[in-house]
Structures are given as C-alpha cells and as structure tokens.
Design a protein around this ligand. Sequence first.
Ligand SMILES: Cc1cc2nc3c(=O)[nH]c(=O)nc-3n(C[C@H](O)[C@H](O)[C@H](O)COP(=O)(O)OP(=O)(O)OC[C@H]3O[C@@H](n4cnc5c(N)ncnc54)[C@H](O)[C@@H]3O)c2cc1C
Length: 286
Amino acid sequence: MIPSSFEYFAPTTVAEAVSLLQKYGDDAKILAGGHSLLPAMKLRLSNFGALIDINKIHELRGIHVDGNISIGAMTTYHAIESSDALKATCAILPEAVSLVGDIQVRNRGTLGGSLAHADPAADPPAVMLALDAHVHVTGPGGNRTIAIGDFFTDMLTTSLQPGEIITSITLNPLGAGEGAAYSKFPHPASRYAIVGAAAYVKLEGGKVSACRIGITGAGPKAERQASAEAALIGTDGSAEAIAKAAEHAGENMDVLSDIHAGEDYRRAMIKVYTRRALTAAVERAR
Ligand SMILES: Cc1cc2nc3c(=O)[nH]c(=O)nc-3n(C[C@H](O)[C@H](O)[C@H](O)COP(=O)(O)OP(=O)(O)OC[C@H]3O[C@@H](n4cnc5c(N)ncnc54)[C@H](O)[C@@H]3O)c2cc1C
C-alpha cells in the first residue's frame, strides 16, 4: 500500500504546470483531489517519476454563472453541491454530485479529475453528456475546447492529449421549458453508479423539441442514447411516451457484466433509470 517514489511539484500557474508536464512527458502525472489517483498509486497500478499537484493553481477553482456557466476543473463536488448559483440555473449538477461517494470524497474530489479519469461508473460524465458540456484544456499547443461528445473515448480513456490540463467546463444554464434530472442505482458501499441516467428535455408548444440522455455505470464509458432520444422528440412527453422511449435505452451499447451486476440486469436497469430521469426532467420542464 506504499506508492513507488516520485518527485513532487506544486506549480501555482497553469503555464508552470504545462511546462512541467512537457519536461517530464510520460513520466509525469497530474494530482487533483487524489481520490482516484492515490488508490492507483498505492496499488502500484500508476507509477511515474513526477507528481504535478495542481491544488495550488487558484485560477482552476470556482463557479461563474454569467450568461453561461463556467466551472473550474479543480472545483470540488462539495463546492458544486453547495452552490446557490448552480441550484438556480442547473439543479441537476448539484443534485448529481451530492450522490457521489461520501463527504470525504466530495470534499476533495474535483469535476476536472472525474472527467479526466473517465471512470465508467462515475456520475459526472453522464450529466455532462446530458447537458452538452464543453471541456476547456490547455497544453503545449495552447488552448482548445473539446465537445463532451468527443471527450470520452473508451474505459478510463479520453481525447486529452499528452501534456494537456483540463482548465474548466462550460454549460448552458437551463431556461424556461427546459428540465434535467439524474437518477442512479448506486453500489451500496462505494456509491459508484451500477447504472446512472441523466436526462435533459426541452418542451416547446407542448412537444418535446430536444432530448439528451447520458448513461453511466453500464458500459465501458458514459454514452448518449440516440434511439431513446429520437423516440421522445416530437411527443407530448407523457408517461406513455417516456415509457416507450426508455425501452430504446441501451440499444447499440456495449454493456458490462461483473460481480456487481450481470449484463441482462444492467440492460433492464438502463431502461428503468432512463424512464425515471426522463420523467423528472419533463416535470421540471413543464
Ligand atoms: C470511496 C470512493 C467512492 C467514490 N464514489 C464515487 C461515486 O459514487 N461517484 C463518482 O462519480 N465518483 C466516485 N468516486 C471517485 C471520485 O469522484 C474521484 O474524486 C474522481 O473520480 C477523481 O477526481 P479527483 O479530483 O480525485 O482526481 P485525481 O484522483 O487526483 O485524478 C484522477 C485522474 O485525472 C487526472 N487529472 C486530474 N485533474 C486533471 C485535470 N485538471 N486535467 C487533466 N487531468 C487531470 C489525474 O492525473 C488522474 O489520472 C469515489 C472515490 C472513492 C475513493
């Protein structure tokens, strides 16, 4: 349970962190809240020569709601779940992160760390997909923005390039006629999602004009549910329409089977939790 030895750096600016990442290349690792990285280090699943602790980079923390919502990568779950500005503009996010792990995890764990780690059972990726978020990164080539749909590429794998740091995540506030909700079946010990569903719905003239569904926990990576979304769009968002749409959830998706839940059970739960999330999202949109 003791990690291999490494050099420790605590830069105070993003530029300094990027330059350290460039200097040490594959032998460097970023430390955020440490709730995924430190266990991996202690198990010696993650070994490297340079640990770049970004906790002292103050520009990476904070929530700004001003036309759009911008959340610094180092913003903790606790800061998100206690943000009145987010509760007023994007309630799904504080609600979803309040379901992450326990208070110790939420006090240290960060939104940027969760997205970069891309754990298949993490809650924030599904919510970010439903909200169509954008991930802002800085690296040796400068700044770039990655649409969340292009961000998660496989289990524990993202489209981040070597030396890139997530700096912030941006979202649109939810307005009139829009609603979003997250519903999950948590593992009873860790609270990681065995299946989690995040849904966003927009109603115009009594009909669903837009819908996005993100599923986590079930497959190797969090994924949108195109067939279920298409099945709901154009309907009146009634309980019957939602139930029919939710039956399409999990289509064209690789679903995991492990000691926590078999594939068939997870497929059944994808539909159940999609229906629950859609029902709550439509209620909020009305
Ligand atoms: C007991 C326990 C229960 C948990 N339960 C849940 C749960 O119910 N739901 C859930 O979603 N999660 C859960 N987690 C995971 C938790 O959310 C982690 O905090 C999160 O996955 C990683 O965030 P972190 O800030 O701790 O990142 P770290 O562990 O510090 O880093 C994780 C990875 O991301 C990289 N990284 C971090 N920040 C950046 C950045 N800004 N740019 C680029 N790369 C970066 C690191 O190099 C590392 O590879 C749990 C963890 C524990 C220990």
